[in-house]
Design a protein around this ligand. Structure first.
Ligand SMILES: [Zn+2]
Length: 380
């Protein structure tokens, strides 16, 4: 969310102050007939606000709010605004102040607990956020919000089993995200089992992942990894090719592994099959294959030449490079390969986070499967 400008923020605060005043006196009921009947604290609070002393202004408003129960929504609005601005300590003070009020109605208490949990989440105090979200998840009215937030907390902490449990509870109340998310949790759990050496359990988790959603290339990729470790190269090759067909975006990362598995003698045969397959499925996949091959320094392989020419012909810049090189195939492929080697390879399509590593789960915005091959995207 873009930062609010100072002016916009001042206007919002001013509107809230008016709301607070209105709430205190009651719109249309007992608006003070005479301005001099206003409590002097309001004027002091306004003065702090105008003189840019937001903490003192906030102290003043919180003190005044204690006397009035008609202004609850203003509290929540102000707290949410502070949180959105990243001024989490102020949001926390507002919500703690509400919770300290003995006369607070139970629905407002529950709402304040949820808001406080969101404050802690924003502040990165995940253990406190988790405790409060768990508490609020017992309230039927707020259950889906609390569970969705809990799922996010567990994701950030890489607590995959707990994230999966929260997902299942959300599914039970028809509020879960797409089933691919559950399949990714199962893959994360499978990776932990592979690391522990329990490949039987890992395979069972991957079967569950495929039952959640299909096609699901990540499961095929992990099964290929298990097959490779178990010295079953043919099975690993078959599974890798399934994963690459289902998600050509993986080519940049996985083509070298595939070629390593097939060995030098079978390399050109496999490349020719990959080119045929990619060509039949469309230009964008062919482009991904060509750039993956160039990045893997096999751009000069004979079966790739017509594909590289076809891809370069569709891009004005590349075509110019190609023509300027007067058909010096190997040199141009190597030069582009060197460029790709230093380029940021991936970018999150949701938040723009970019880097050289591929992630299934964006470390910046926590989206699943949002990574694209950046160098190739830029050349489109
Ligand atoms: Zn992202």
């Amino acid at each position: 969310m873009p930062e609010l400008s100072l002016l916009a923020w001042s206007l919002i605060l001013a509107a809230l102050v008016l709301g607070i005043l209105a709430g205190h006196f009651g719109w249309g009921k007992r608006w003070p007939r005479r301005f001099d009947k206003l409590h002097p604290d309001y004027l002091t609070g306004l003065d702090y606000l105008v003189s840019e002393q937001p903490d003192r202004a906030l102290d003043m408003f919180l003190k005044l709010m204690d006397a009035n129960s008609d202004t609850i929504e203003t509290h929540f609005a102000l707290g949410a605004l502070y949180r959105r601005r990243g001024e989490v300590e102020r949001a926390i003070r507002i919500h703690q102040n509400l919770l300290a009020r003995e006369a607070l109605a139970s629905e407002h208490r529950e709402q304040a607990l949820l808001a406080l949990a969101q404050d802690y989440l924003r502040a990165g105090v995940l253990d406190r956020a988790e405790r409060l979200f768990l508490q609020v998840s017992e309230v039927p009215r707020l259950r889906s919000s609390a569970l969705a937030a809990l799922r996010g907390v567990y994701e950030r902490q890489h607590e995959w089993q707990q994230a999966l449990d929260a997902y299942r509870q959300l599914a039970h109340i028809h509020a879960a995200p797409p089933t691919r998310v559950a399949a990714h949790y199962l893959c994360e759990l499978a990776i932990l089992e592979i690391e522990r050496g329990d490949t039987g359990r890992a395979r069972e988790l991957l079967r569950q992942a495929r039952r959640e959603t299909a096609p699901f290339p990540r499961a095929a990729l992990l099964r290929a990894q298990i097959a490779r470790q178990a010295d079953q190269p043919e099975l690993a090759i078959r599974l890798l090719r399934i994963a690459l067909r289902e998600s050509p975006n993986l080519l940049l990362e996985e083509l070298p592994h595939l070629l390593d598995l097939v060995g030098a003698e079978r390399r050109d045969g496999v490349l020719a099959e990959l080119v045929d397959g990619a060509r039949s499925r469309g230009t964008s996949e062919l482009k991904l294959l060509v750039f993956a091959a160039i990045a893997a320094n096999i751009g000069a392989a004979v079966p790739l030449r017509p594909a590289i020419e076809a891809v370069f012909a569709q891009d004005a810049t590349l075509n110019a490079v190609w023509n300027a090189g007067a058909g010096q195939f190997e040199r141009i492929a190597l030069e582009i390969g060197a460029l790709l080697a230093h380029a940021e390879r991936y970018r999150c399509s949701e938040c723009g986070f970019s880097g050289r590593s591929f992630y299934w789960h964006c470390p910046a915005c926590q989206c699943w499967e949002s990574f694209e091959s950046y160098a190739i995207v830029k050349l489109r």
